[in-house]
Design a protein around this ligand. Structure first.
Ligand code: GLY
Length: 578
């Protein structure tokens, strides 16, 4: 963990890069200085420069971190709309200056007409239906969650938060290479829907290209309506009417009553401790908070700092084995807490110790099925995604992860609204043993049911020391969110890495099924060989998640914001005091 001992930290950092970088991209190290920012006033880190600029403007106009985070995510929904937007959902974790936490669940909800068999046709499951088109979407929860956060903690008027988002939608913004490539890759599916054709294709019927200006006039009008009239404009007004009319005409299920009955929920955060730090995670229907706590409890049995000094292979192996055990539990136990009994024992330290006993440092241990924690009876808990991190010197910390699920969600922009709908229904287990877009399997706990929220991996997290926040983080990348967040926590606390190293260095991921250890391509070949010797089946990944983090030096109070070098994001804060 970073502290006043800069020499110790520098040595740890050099060691970290040596261990990991023997074969990883040197540009990551060179880019370091451009990818983090410092301020003593407040800090913002997001996946898009326009969103970060919006948030900094809001802070400079007197808004707090909550106002800034909401304005940033609204802008992201316009300029980075293939990842998140008002047609999707989010989890917002807020820490207030008095030390209170709010966990706002804006996860999508299945239609009241949804059934466990809704994706079956002629006796077998059609996996396309939960990914694309009218049956792929749940009721979007984002607007309700934003309104809840603003009501609880916002300082600025609600409509002020929308100004930049509306302007970018109305006047347009320039599409970059990354946006254009994603659009190109999904063009065939987007082209099927008239509303999507109107937005994403030019007059010649070609998808917009890098350098083109994307104007979203309908979306600007919908945002302006919500800014003026509040969330009811979306859930009880013209947006709900237009979406339910489109659904009715196109074989979908969502109707006006589904929208009218939606409300973001306030959940109780998952609190755990790791080597003296307090970890505040997001509870179900996120699986992130539970499993990050569970994995850290498991890893606490090992002296990971010393293990890593001896062998980075052993470190990766131990973390991988803990990930595997947790993901086996995820597949069995986790679901919407209002439908599934998520055992509180999953985050008990005694269960973590029991799991640790199943791990051998020598070789891979097979995990055939989920474990059973001691306490299973009561329900304590009540890629393609984006994470916004904001903190201010007043004491507000916001970790907000938002998504429409896979790129361009269901691929449906509902005509007249500009709203690109999510395909979050695919995060349910649509049939036992049938993997979703991320290869995840599930059980009854996460089967489709009317008005249920699909399980998520989004893991907005805040870490405290002696009650004071020291860093917050979250990530995009489906199940790799969990490993990205977990690794950053372990790298800072166990390996003494700098926050930048914790995010930038090559990552790995294991989700139990399929039984592969995913390793970023940039990781060292010797690491790969060492892991293969222990029995891991390795698969290469170009990117194992995208994370944003804010760190506050406990001694100086200076905020550092870091965005993931795997994307073109931006970290920035108001100008530092002289
Ligand atoms: N849609 C990805 C997740 O929520 O985990």
């Amino acid at each position: 963990m970073r502290d006043s001992n800069n020499v110790r930290q520098s040595i740890a950092s050099v060691f970290a890069w040596l261990c990991w970088l023997m074969c990883s991209s040197p540009s990551t190290a060179e880019d370091f200085k451009y990818r983090q920012a410092e301020s003593d006033k407040a800090m913002v880190a997001t996946g898009h420069a326009l969103a970060t600029d919006t948030a900094v403007r809001v802070l400079e106009a007197g808004g707090n971190a909550v106002d800034a985070a909401l304005s940033a995510v609204l802008t992201l929904g316009v300029v980075d709309g293939y990842n998140s937007g008002i047609g999707g959902g989010c989890f917002i974790l807020i820490r207030t200056p008095s030390g209170e936490f709010h966990a706002i669940d804006g996860r999508e909800m299945a239609s009241r007409h949804a059934t466990p068999k809704m994706y079956y046709q002629d006796g077998s499951v059609n996996t396309r239906l939960s990914k694309t088109g009218p049956l792929a979407s749940g009721v979007p929860g984002a607007v309700s969650a934003y309104a809840t956060a603003a009501q609880l903690c916002g300082q600025l008027p609600w409509n002020q938060l929308f100004q930049d988002a509306i302007r970018h939608a109305q006047e347009g913004f320039t599409i970059d290479e990354g946006y254009a490539l994603k659009l190109q890759s999904k063009a065939r599916q987007l082209k099927k829907y008239a509303g999507s054709r109107d937005v994403y294709f030019n007059a010649d019927g070609k998808p917009w290209r890098s350098g083109d200006r994307l104007v979203q006039a309908d979306l600007a009008r919908t945002l302006a309506g919500i800014a003026k009239e509040g969330a009811d404009f979306f859930y009880r007004g013209p947006t709900a009417t237009a979406i339910s009319a489109w659904m009715q005409a196109n074989g979908g299920m969502l109707d006006r009553e589904d929208f009218a009955s939606y409300a973001a929920r306030l959940r109780v955060p998952v609190l755990s401790r790791y080597r003296g730090y307090e970890i505040v995670g997001f509870p179900p229907p996120s699986s992130g908070g539970v499993h990050i706590a569970q994995i850290l409890n498991t890893l606490e049995a090992f002296d990971l700092g010393s293990v890593y000094q001896q062998s980075s292979v052993d470190y990766v192996h131990l973390v991988t084995e803990a990930l595997k055990l947790a993901f086996a539990d995820r597949a069995y136990w986790l679901g919407d807490p209002e439908f599934a009994e998520v055992p509180p024992g999953l985050v008990d330290t005694s269960y973590g110790k029991k799991l640790a006993e199943q791990i051998s440092i020598e070789k891979v241990s097979p995990v055939l099925s989920h474990g059973t924690p001691a306490v299973t009876s009561t329900d304590r808990f009540d890629r393609h995604t984006t994470h916004v991190a904001v903190a201010d010197s007043e004491g507000y910390w916001v970790a907000l992860t938002a998504t429409i699920n896979t790129w361009f969600g269901s691929k449906v922009v509902v005509p007249g609204t500009g709203v690109l709908l999510n395909n979050e229904m695919d995060d349910f287990s649509i049939s036992p043993g049938v993997p979703n877009a991320f290869g995840l399997v599930g059980s009854k706990a996460n089967q489709v049911e009317a008005k249920k929220r699909p399980l998520s991996s989004m893991s907005p997290t805040i870490v405290l020391q002696d009650g004071r926040p020291v860093f917050s983080l979250g990530a995009a990348g489906g199940p790799r969110i969990i490993s990205s967040v977990l690794l950053a926590i372990s790298r800072i606390i166990d390996l003494d890495m700098t926050p930048y190293d914790a995010i930038a260095l090559p990552r790995f991921h294991h989700q139990w099924s399929p039984d592969f250890l995913y390793l970023e391509k940039s990781a060292a070949a010797v690491l790969r060989q060492g892991l293969e010797t222990k029995g891991h089946q390795i698969r290469e990944l170009s990117s194992a998640g995208v994370a944003q983090m804010i760190f506050r030096d406990p001694l100086t109070g200076i905020f550092t914001g870091i965005y993931d070098p795997r994307i073109n994001g931006k970290a920035s804060g108001p100008v530092r005091s002289p």
